[in-house]
Design a binder for this molecule. Structure first.
Ligand code: AMP
Length: 445
């Protein structure tokens, strides 16, 4: 078999689609470049059939239109919406600083001043969107991104209706994402107020920033639900009394007595070094694209055009290289497993086919079903775990004729199980991984 590269260039409208940035509960997020301006964006890609046969289209349209008009420094900007026959593309501001919780996973809990700084930005974002009638309803670590200056950007405001729809199986919170951040009244799902539900999630996030672990974390889902319902948690003694007081007032299981945003804003702990956000409202933003996208108006549809497969070039490699760090490989990224979903990459000097078969060999004894397509593979666990089947996506990219990069991403299931899987899996892949530490001759320079 020849060594054709597995990457294919795809264009949608004026965007050239690049690497996958992440996979959320209802969408895939890809890096893309506006070919007219050269500007980077993030494309959130949603299956249209999740949306169209649903009464929620009006809510989605209203919320996305509102969010497109929003220009707040801590809210990830929605720039444009496009649709093809089968997909909806939400064009977002691209931010390069990664997820806030990656920072905790790498360095542990934050100092109080730093945690406060992020929490203040989070509350600013939440307050602003609430004032425009948009609620998040699914605040969690994956939605807390940072730009290259370390400014917090909250994503997915106005998109909550999408995740709701995928949950249409009645199993509200097991199928997607973690319930650890969800307010008790949302878990019972008897209708709830978006304002106080979002504030609860902010409280859980603040706790994690300060402690480095979750306030509610149980391997058993029923026990977890019970603890959340009773707000059964305790603050570590290292929390200052101000922080403890604030968290206890926010993590009040009764939404009616739970702290409100104005109360948070006037809390002593919160007020320290607080800087209200400054920004200007942009004028003249047009929201016609949103109606056009959701109404499926034929003349506005974009198409995905695939161009011929190409190798990953040096620029693409460098753009991925933030986490392309062989020092971290397999060992260090394992802690704090309850907090962050993981993806990782490694380099290999083996031929692509060999890498593919080694991955397969390593996954099968662990009880995984392997589905291969070109140089992509999906590994599906056959045992049902705490959050459904564990599934992992892998992809092999050619960097140079003798150098490949392999990406592994958890796409479903429990993070803890992923890490367990990963440990055994990685030992099966030892021969494939290119270890730069060893005195291996460097053929790539
Ligand atoms: P989400 O579906 O929003 O949870 O996105 C999945 C993952 O993709 C996030 O956790 C981020 O790591 C990444 N991501 C999402 N949006 C962006 C963005 N605008 N810029 C950079 N990375 C993003």
């Amino acid at each position: 078999m020849s060594m054709t590269a597995p990457t294919t260039r795809t264009r949608v409208g004026k965007y050239e689609i690049g690497r996958t940035l992440g996979e959320g509960s209802f969408a895939k997020v890809k890096f893309a470049t506006n070919v007219e301006t050269g500007h980077p964006v993030a494309l959130k890609i949603i299956d249209r059939h999740h949306v169209l046969h649903h009464q929620m289209v009006e809510q989605i349209k209203r919320e996305i239109s509102t969010m497109k008009l929003v220009n707040h420094p801590n809210v990830l900007k929605i720039m444009e919406v496009m649709a093809s026959k089968t997909k909806i593309y939400i064009v977002l501001e691209y931010v390069a600083g990664g997820e806030l919780f990656d920072k905790i996973a790498k360095m542990g809990r934050l100092k109080e001043d730093e945690a406060r700084k992020y929490f203040q930005q989070l509350i600013n974002a939440v307050d602003y969107c609430h004032s425009r009638g948009v609620f998040h309803r699914d605040l969690k670590p994956e939605n807390l991104l940072m730009d290259s200056f370390g400014v917090l950007k909250v994503s997915d405001f106005g998109l909550s209706a999408f995740s709701k729809q995928v949950r249409g199986d009645g199993l509200l919170h097991t199928a997607c994402g973690t319930p650890n951040y969800v307010a008790p009244e949302v878990l019972t799902d008897k209708g709830y107020d978006g304002t106080s539900a979002d504030i609860w999630s902010c409280g859980v996030i603040l706790y994690v920033l300060l402690a480095g672990y979750l306030p509610f974390d149980e391997p058993n889902l029923m026990t977890l639900y019970k603890k959340i319902h009773k707000a059964d948690f305790s603050c570590p003694s290292l929390f200052s009394s101000g922080a403890k007081n604030l968290i206890k007032r926010i993590l009040d299981p009764k939404p009616l007595t739970r702290m409100t945003v104005p109360e948070i804003l006037s809390h002593e702990w919160f007020k320290k070094n607080y800087m209200p956000p400054s920004f200007e409202q942009e004028e003249g933003i047009n929201v016609d694209d949103i109606d056009a996208a959701f109404d499926g108006n034929e003349e506005h549809l974009v198409t995905e055009r695939k161009e011929k497969p190409v190798s990953m070039n040096a620029f693409e490699l460098i753009s991925r290289s933030q986490s392309f760090n062989l020092d971290n490989l397999f060992e260090k990224q394992m802690d704090l497993s309850g907090l962050v979903k993981r993806e990782t990459r490694f380099a290999s000097k083996c031929p692509a086919n060999e890498i593919m078969s080694k991955i397969e060999e390593a996954a099968k004894p662990l009880g995984f079903n392997v589905h291969k397509r070109n140089y992509k593979m999906r590994l599906q666990g056959d045992k049902t775990g705490r959050k459904g089947h564990l599934s992992v996506a892998t992809e092999v990219f050619e960097v140079a004729p003798s150098l490949h990069m392999v990406e592994l991403r958890k796409t479903g299931g429990d993070t803890l199980e992923f890490h367990k899987f990963y440990k055994s899996f990685s030992s099966g892949l030892k021969d494939v991984v290119w270890d730069t530490q060893s005195k291996d001759e460097d053929t790539t320079s």
